[in-house]
Design a protein around this ligand. Sequence first.
Ligand SMILES: O=c1[nH]c(=O)c2[nH]c(=O)[nH]c2[nH]1
Length: 296
Amino acid sequence: MRIVLGANQYGKAEVRLVRVDRTVPRHDLRDLTVGVTLAGDLTDTHLTGDNSRVLPTDSQKNTVYAFARRYGVDQVEDFGLRLARHFVDSQPAITRARVTLAEHGWRRLGPHSFARDGAQTRTATVTVSGAETVVESGLTGLVLLNSTGSEFAGYVRDPYTTLPETDDRVLATEVEASWRYDAPSLGRDWAGSYAGVRSALVGAFVETYSRSLQQTLYAMGHRVLDTRPEVAEVRLALPNRHHLLVDLTPFGLDNPGEVFVATDRPYGLIEGTVTRAPAEKSDPPPDAAGPADGED
Ligand SMILES: O=c1[nH]c(=O)c2[nH]c(=O)[nH]c2[nH]1
């Protein structure tokens, strides 16, 4: 039996980069965590230890810092495109470079003072492989809560089901979203797209009467594709941050949906992709008063 090397890749993970733009009186601060992954003809280093095609991961890290100085860090997508193309173009053995970027937000406090802006993170993954370029942007840590306008009923009841049906509950989640762009290119209005997608996600969450978090997920993805023509597909992971009504009857108190225990685990995890069908039929918006059929 022959033993062979399978798929492999390598790179530098979690390069922490903070870039201060001091050319302006009000300093601009960018805070990124960058990952580089390279793949291609790297058989020799694995089989014989010949490193002549191996660009050290240390050099990859240095390139991230050097590019931050040379080109600045404006939009993470452009920064990723420059880096990914650089590795593929400059290294004959490398056929695919993937650069992942997470931007940590800072809120301005003064001309050169900032406070970390909650947990919300803007993300991007740029992959250059041959003639193909894929840009996926996203966000994590966007915490949303509706204090009413959500129910959960009509589900399967098996011998292990104890969950009571509810026609009015708190619906809360921490959105993890990523979306893929049509025809990405250097210098497009990434910031405008990011703001537009974020606002579509938030708008749909707020305005959808929810019969399940699954229905809310579809409405959020649908709103993004409906309003952002540059987006081809949206992926969402929505943890159901359960808020359980506390039983106050032992204390002689009622609890008309006012006092909840917010549990952090275990939690329901609702995941889905909303994409553009190659159909000729036009997409009606999801009906806020009834379940979306998902087939439109
Ligand atoms: O919106 C929900 N979807 C579910 O699938 C589910 N399951 C559960 O226990 N609670 C909920 N809520």
